[in-house]
Design a binder for this molecule. Structure first.
Ligand code: FBP
Ligand code: AFP
Length: 336
């Protein structure tokens, strides 16, 4: 059956013609898409390839690495290396910044990525994903200097994620809206399925790990209590709760039908500044959410305005439907 939908390459070449997106960025994104397709296959065949389970190592966060965390990182890295304009890589699974160039040239790319997000879902056959973000080296960049990669999220020129679920999807923004592609099995191509995804301003669905209730700060507790109070509570409506333990999957639902996602700073993660990583989890998702008309906040500040101090730093994350995020920020202001 003929599929009358633009391929990722056709879409990217249109972005090149319409918005002047660099050809090298087009090639880089195609390489990232290939890495995602390969990771998807490795996950589907994980039981036969003996790639499920732990790798026996820990990453910079001190977390036990799954075999697929390590393999997915290798897939990303080897494909990204095809692009001669990439100067540096920042991966959740690698402690140090990986420099691919000895001299820094303004405009060359830095790629930040979490090769497998939600990897606790792997061994129970639930969806996981990959997240990536791309920035460019500034004029005064110095190769090998970690400060060079510490740019705030507003410098992102592209971000996206892939989900390895019932379908393999790729969602991305180049700063002109958010677009969704699905890997078409017969042709092996990512083909566009949704243009200009938009998050409704209002919603009645939230995503939070409710087992941390006792650890939440008062603004988050008050907000969630208002939501679950139902029709007779202060919100005057009923809310639904969803939590997949994979941020990309929760965000995909929010991009599709609205909602709000919270992984805030709480009593258990306060010393680290939150759970989710700023540069390859919070920033790329915040860019996508803002491009889709939503908001992305720490509760007290815009995520994309955070000046990073280290490549693996964490952040408080609250994002999704605009009015809901504003309401949570109001709870934080009232606590001040
Ligand atoms: P990883 O990068 O280690 O997978 O952690 C991120 C994450 O899995 C998010 O995708 C998800 O929202 C959250 O952690 C789940 O955390 P919890 O296990 O506390 O519910
Ligand atoms: P469906 O058969 O309509 O999908 O309902 C079953 C189910 O989805 C089940 O698989 C879930 O555990 C449960 O409903 C979720 O229910 P809530 O929407 O109330 O969380």
């Amino acid at each position: 059956m003929a599929i009358n939908r633009a391929t990722l390459r056709q879409f990217l070449l249109q972005e090149y013609r319409t918005h002047g997106v660099e050809k090298d960025l087009v090639f880089l994104l195609e390489d990232i898409a290939t890495a995602c397709r390969e990771i998807s296959t490795l996950i589907r065949n994980g039981s036969f390839l003996e790639t499920l389970g732990t790798a026996g190592s820990t990453n910079v966060q001190g977390e036990a690495q799954k075999k697929l965390d390590v393999i997915a990182n290798e897939q990303f890295e080897s494909h990204i290396r095809n692009c001669s304009r990439v100067a540096a890589l920042v991966s959740e699974e690698v402690d140090e910044v990986t420099w691919l160039k000895d001299t820094a040239k303004a405009g060359d790319y830095i790629v930040y990525f979490d090769p497998l997000d939600g990897s606790s879902n792997l061994n129970v056959n639930l969806s996981v994903g990959s997240i990536f973000s791309i920035m460019q080296l500034p004029e005064d960049a110095v190769a090998g200097d970690v400060n060079t990669v510490l740019r705030d999220g507003s410098f992102q020129i592209c971000s996206g994620y892939s989900i390895f679920g019932p379908a393999t999807t790729l969602v991305l923004t180049l700063g002109h809206g958010v677009h969704e592609f699905t890997n078409h099995l017969a042709t092996g191509e990512f083909r566009i399925v949704s243009r200009n995804m938009t998050i409704p301003e209002d919603c009645n669905e939230f995503a939070i790990n409710a087992s941390r209730f006792a650890d939440w700060d008062a603004p988050v507790r008050n907000y969630i209590e208002d939501c679950i109070a139902g029709q007779n509570g202060p919100r005057g409506k009923s809310f639904n709760m969803r939590w997949t333990a994979s941020m990309v999957v929760d965000i995909h639902r929010i991009l599709t039908r609205g909602g709000v996602f919270l992984y805030p700073v709480d009593a258990r993660n306060r010393a680290e500044g939150g759970k989710l990583r700023l540069m390859y989890e919070a920033n790329p998702i915040a860019f996508l959410v803002e491009q889709a008309g939503g908001s992305a906040s720490t509760g007290t500040a815009r995520i994309l305005d955070i000046q990073p101090e280290s490549p693996h730093q964490r952040a408080s994350v609250i994002l999704g439907s605009r009015n809901e995020v504003l309401r949570i920020e109001e709870h934080y202001r009232q606590e001040d």
